[in-house]
Each structure stands twice: as C-alpha cells, then as structure tokens.
Design a protein around this ligand. Structure first.
Ligand SMILES: [Zn+2]
Ligand SMILES: [Zn+2]
Length: 348
C-alpha cells in the first residue's frame, strides 16, 4: 500500500510500504482522513520525537508511517476482537502505553513509564497511508452524527479538552488563549463549550486572529500592535481566571503569567523549544497556579460525545484538504510559513 514514510530529518517518502499483518487483538482500518500536527512538522523539519532505536513498547524504529491524527473505516479485525466490526467508522487514539506500570494503572496512561510519550505515527506506524493496523485499544467507534473528517480532529481536540479540564475552568470565568494555531483554536472551542465568558485570543498572525474571531473569540489581540496583558487587564479590570499557553515562547509565557487575576491559573499546553525565564514574584504576588498538561488520557469518549451533540464545531479549524501524494510540498513544507493555515487534512 502507499504511505508517507519518515526516515529522518527532511526525509519523508511517498512509497510502497508493507504493513504488518492483523494480529489477534488488532484492528485494520482504511484511512479516511489524517491531520498534520505540529509534532509531524517537528519530526520532518528537525527529525525529533521519532524512534531511531527500537521503541520499548512498539519494538519499531524508522522507517515508519508518519501521522497520528486519523480516522477511517474498519476493514478487518483480529480473532479476539468482538466489540468492533468491519464497516465501523473509527477515530484513533494514538498514544502508546503499557497498561501495567503504576502510572498507567492510576489512569494517567499519557505519562506511561514505558512509553516515553510514544505515539502511533512517531514510534510506530501511523495514519498517512491507505491502511493502518493497531491494537483494538487505540480505536474509538464514531457514532452516526460524527463524520470521518471530524473523526480526524478528535485527537487534537482531546489535547485541548484535557487542558481545559485539568485547568478547572468553571462556567462564567474568563480565559486568555496564547496562540491561535490548531490547538489554540480548539482550546477556544472547548472553553466556549465549557461555558467560558470572555475569551481573549492572542497571536501575531492577523489571519489566525480572524479565524479565532469567526470561531467565537470575544477579543483578539495582536501583540505586535498592543501589549496583550495590559489590554486584558484594561478590559477585564482584574485579569482572566485562566490563561492557556499554546504558543511556547518567552513573550507569551511572560504575558500569560501577567494576564491572570489573583488566584488565577496558567496552563501550559505547548512544547517549548527553549528555556524561559519566570519572575516568581509575578506568581507569588497573586498566588498564581502554574500547571502543565501532556496529551490526554480518558477523554476521547467525552470529546466524541460533545462533537456528536453539536457542542463544538471542530470542522471549522480545517483550512485545507490535500492528497497523500502532495503531503511534503502542500503540507509539511507549506505549514512552516503559511500562517493562514490551521488544520490541513490528508486524504489517502
Ligand atoms: Zn497531534
Ligand atoms: Zn505504563
């Protein structure tokens, strides 16, 4: 079958790939849509997060099929799989975990001691392909009201959902979201669904801010034109209860800390390429909370339900649909500097 296979930095090839056979506990799916994520860009442009040595859980290393945000139709199931059937529409939860370590047993399988944040599509074969095979535990059946396109957006939405859930956002509270890429925009949709009152979105790209506005941001701020935290303090009078750091650079981190009110919370969702400085007095003076979230655990069913019930129109973050053949030029290269793009979906 045809797949986008990663060998290392700047080396993704569209080629014939031999997928493993379907084991007893496996499900094989015909991929419908697969989204390009920031971590795919890092894997392609910097060669990071992919397995160069055999991963302890998957036993695999490069070359691997890239892509971890995907949906499809079940085409085959292993002998021991009884609750998924051929023809089911499914979304894939790609995080690898052992299920046996203490952290997994506590329910936080996103922090599995064996996995080291391993994902299908980075340390095992993923979804930029005609077909994918994975253990049944990675598969969630989509109900009728959820399309396969939306199915490919469950994974990034789960990241935003976990962040909002862990932050403890309550109905009527105000929110600042730093970064209007796909995860920032999805955080906006989740925060809105959770009942946030005022939502500020901060980004250096006017195009992305327009998208945030369309998705329901109350205020958008471009920090190249205005000081974001000053503007937030001026409008709210006291700062926001919650800031989400979805950009991952010094200015946004500093501004997020400054923009929250007394007792407020900054939730870090983004990965950071560099160290940042923190003035502890900014946090101390208002008894701020600083917390971090990593991927997700046990939230896919709730995300699927919320989308099925029409609480979040996640399709709106899709800006482009491309074919697998063009994934390098139209996807991995393009996303690096075309800030008008949010989520690009690949169709095999
Ligand atoms: Zn992702
Ligand atoms: Zn584990």
């Amino acid at each position: 079958m045809k797949a986008a296979v990663i060998y290392g930095k700047k080396d993704v090839r569209i080629e014939e790939f031999n997928l493993r056979t379907v084991g007893e506990h496996d499900v094989k799916i015909k991929v419908a849509w697969a989204g390009i994520c920031g971590s795919d860009l890092h894997a392609y442009h910097h060669g990071s997060a992919i397995a160069y040595e055999e991963h302890p859980l998957s036993g695999r290393k490069v070359p691997l099929v890239l892509g971890h945000e995907f949906s499809g139709t079940v085409s085959e199931v292993g002998a021991a799989v009884t609750d998924v059937k051929v023809g089911d529409h499914v979304a894939v939860e790609p995080v690898l975990y052992c299920g046996e370590c203490e952290t997994c047993k506590s329910g936080q399988y996103n922090l599995c001691e064996q996995s080291n944040v391993g994902f299908l599509g980075l340390v095992d074969d993923g979804g930029f392909a005609e077909y994918a095979v994975m253990d049944r535990k990675h598969v969630h059946i989509l109900p009728e009201g959820v399309s396969l396109e939306e199915g490919a957006l469950i994974e990034p939405t789960a990241v935003a959902f976990q962040a909002v859930k862990k932050s403890g956002l309550q109905v009527g509270q105000s929110v600042a979201i730093y970064g209007a890429g796909p995860i920032g925009l999805l955080t906006l949709l989740v925060a809105k669904a959770a009942g946030a009152a005022e939502i500020f979105v901060i980004d250096v790209s006017g195009e992305r801010l327009n998208m945030a506005k369309e998705l329901g941001a109350t205020y958008v701020i471009n920090p190249t034109e205005q000081n974001a935290s000053e503007e937030i303090l001026r409008i709210t009078g006291k700062g926001v209860e919650h800031a989400y750091e979805v950009a991952g650079v010094q200015p946004t981190f500093t501004s997020a800390m400054e923009s929250i009110t007394r007792g407020g919370t900054v939730t870090v969702v983004a990965g950071f390429a560099k160290n940042v400085e923190l003035d502890p007095m900014v946090g101390l003076s208002k008894e701020a909370n600083l917390t971090f979230t990593l991927a997700y655990a046990n939230v896919f069913p709730a995300v699927i339900k919320a989308i099925a019930e029409g609480k979040m129109d996640v399709k709106k973050v899709i800006t482009h649909r491309i074919s697998l053949d063009n994934i390098v030029e139209d996807g991995l290269e393009r996303l690096l500097d075309d800030k008008s793009q949010a989520k690009i979906l690949v169709h095999p």
